[in-house]
Design a binder for this molecule. Structure first.
Ligand SMILES: NC(=O)c1ccc[n+]([C@@H]2O[C@H](COP(=O)([O-])OP(=O)(O)OC[C@H]3O[C@@H](n4cnc5c(N)ncnc54)[C@H](O)[C@@H]3O)[C@@H](O)[C@H]2O)c1
Ligand SMILES: O=c1ccn([C@@H]2O[C@H](COP(=O)(O)OP(=O)(O)O[C@H]3O[C@H](CO)[C@@H](O)[C@H](O)[C@H]3O)[C@@H](O)[C@H]2O)c(=O)[nH]1
Length: 459
């Protein structure tokens, strides 16, 4: 069997690497139009940082895993074609700021139709609005050689960044939606089930109709993000009342009906998916004439935005209502630990707020490049005369970032931050030395004993 995947991004690369790793008899080719990305997948410096990914790629690459820019051959040869291209929030026209931009998906469908000379199974791996499969099928049938059959399946991906390899090798479930009402549809579903059954227990592979599968992905992300916004809303109430949000989260999470996960209060959720997918859900609700449902889910985003700006306002008000010219050390820039991804990271929004207030940002992140930070903060590295940007100092070393700072903000929960020598950091800072723990990962009592003024979320 031959599988091809269009899109070698955060999802296409690792998911296909896992299929190739677990199924040595299947040839897996990942095709992308971005040559630099493909070159990186073929090098020792993979374009995605994920614990354990290097090992999986190295074991399969060249054996039955291939990365290429030749999408035509990849499409022609494949029995199953996954589509794993981006579905960003639309920035133009109807639905701008909410609806998913489906142009990359449609271009893939047109390529598949044009280059296929036999019937294929087409799998939606990207996160898509419910009922996209209908449009895909129409484009495929209208543009291909008559007589070919394209079975469209929905197989959304639930991996989280930073734990992608663990999530892919032991998924809670694999979801496959297809046309359950036709013989060809059921056969296509079974073909994909058989691929995953090489390493996933059969009872963890859920099959549904197409629309349930497409919608479940958006709903899963909406529910996860809703939990974070819920606990973050309570963090504000804790700060006013003397309750401790971590204690509250533990107390409610021990109720097996609520469960302990995704109740960690924070400076706000980030990442490429939650906001985009909830906005998409909101748009769909509006489109299908359900404004009250739309408003309900939109509140998850409103609360998240509030949590981020609340954090930057807290820094400014605590530092005597001015951070003008003050150095603020930001530890962490990625949207969560164990990834170099900064898409929608809370650090970017807090950073921009502080720059607006004329602060000097000293940023350290173990994985994020300075180029990425400047881009996200909408700043250039040098001024018109070629002198370095004086408002942003990217530091390789957290101690260097904190030296001469008035405040230190934990933006990402990197484990390495917990073991820093805080006495050394304290000695190098202006006094009073303020810590703003946006992830509640530090030992606050210990910090207070050293002499820090500590602000934590929800305490
Ligand atoms: N990032 C995640 O953790 C995650 C998890 C689950 C689901 N998803 C969903 O998966 C999809 C892909 O996300 P991603 O993070 O991998 O995106 P990404 O931007 O990292 O990768 C998409 C890739 O598709 C390529 N591409 C675009 N058009 C193409 C074409 N016509 N042919 C071949 N390649 C093409 C781009 O060059 C890019 O490399 C999105 O719908 C996203 O919502 C993402
Ligand atoms: O209790 C928590 C859990 C997470 N976060 C934050 O929420 C964001 C998202 O975290 P996470 O969900 O772990 O990472 P993602 O890679 O964005 O994964 C989500 O989005 C993916 C893309 O759709 C889905 O596949 C995953 O199932 C879903 O967890 C990050 O900023 C986290 O720091 C919190 O603030 N508190």
């Amino acid at each position: 069997m031959k599988i091809c995947c269009l899109g070698a991004g955060y999802v296409g690369g690792p998911t296909m690497a896992m299929i190739a790793y677990k199924c040595p008899d299947i040839t897996v080719t990942v095709a992308d139009i971005n040559e630099a990305r493909i070159n990186a997948w073929n090098s020792d410096e993979l374009p995605v940082f994920e614990p354990g990914l290097d090992e999986v790629v190295h074991a399969a690459r060249g054996r039955n895993l291939f990365f290429t820019t030749d999408k035509v051959t990849a499409i022609k040869e494949a029995d199953i074609i996954f589509v794993s291209v981006g579905t960003p929030t639309k920035t133009y026209g109807a639905g701008a700021g909410k609806a998913a931009d489906l142009k990359y998906i449609e271009l893939c469908a047109r390529d598949i139709a044009q280059y296929s000379d036999r019937s294929k199974i087409v799998v939606e791996k990207s996160t898509l609005p419910v009922r996209t499969a209908q449009g895909l099928k129409t484009v495929l049938e209208a543009n291909s050689t008559p007589g070919l059959d394209f079975q469209v399946l929905s197989n959304p991906e639930f991996l989280a960044e930073g734990t992608a390899i663990e999530d892919l090798s032991k998924p809670d479930r694999v979801l496959i939606g297809g046309d359950e009402d036709s013989e060809a549809g059921r056969k296509a579903i079974q073909t994909l089930v058989d691929v995953y059954a090489n390493w996933v227990d059969r009872d963890r592979i859920i099959t549904t109709n197409l629309w349930s599968s497409e919608l479940s992905k958006l709903v899963a992300n909406a529910f996860l993000a809703q939990r974070i916004s819920s606990i973050n809303s309570i963090s504000a109430l804790c700060e006013r009342t003397g309750a401790n949000v971590d204690q509250v989260a533990y107390a409610i999470g021990t109720d097996s009906r609520i469960g302990p996960k995704f109740l960690k209060a924070s400076v706000g959720f980030g990442g490429s998916c939650f906001q985009k997918d909830i906005l998409n859900l909101v748009y769909l609700c509006e489109y299908f004439g359900l404004p009250d449902v739309a408003a309900y889910w939109e509140q998850v985003i409103v609360m998240n935005d509030w949590q981020k700006s609340r954090f930057s306002q807290k820094i400014v008000s605590t530092l005597f209502n001015t951070v003008n010219g003050k150095r603020i050390a930001m530890l962490g820039f990625a949207f969560k630990k164990d990834t170099n991804d900064t898409r929608e990271t809370a650090a970017m929004y807090v950073g921009r707020d502080l720059l607006d207030e004329q602060a000097v940002l000293a940023i350290h992140d173990p994985k994020v490049s300075p180029e990425q930070m400047f881009k996200d903060l909408k700043e250039s590295r040098t001024d018109a005369d070629g002198n370095p940007n004086k408002q942003i100092d990217v530091c390789e070393d957290p101690y260097a970032a904190a030296k001469g700072a008035h405040g230190l903000a934990i933006m990402t929960e990197w484990d390495s931050f917990k073991d820093l020598d805080f006495q050394k950091i304290y000695d190098g800072m202006y006094k009073p030395a303020f810590v703003f723990d946006g992830r509640n990962i530090l030992d606050h009592e210990k910090l207070r004993k050293i002499g820090f003024e500590v602000f934590a979320i929800g305490r």
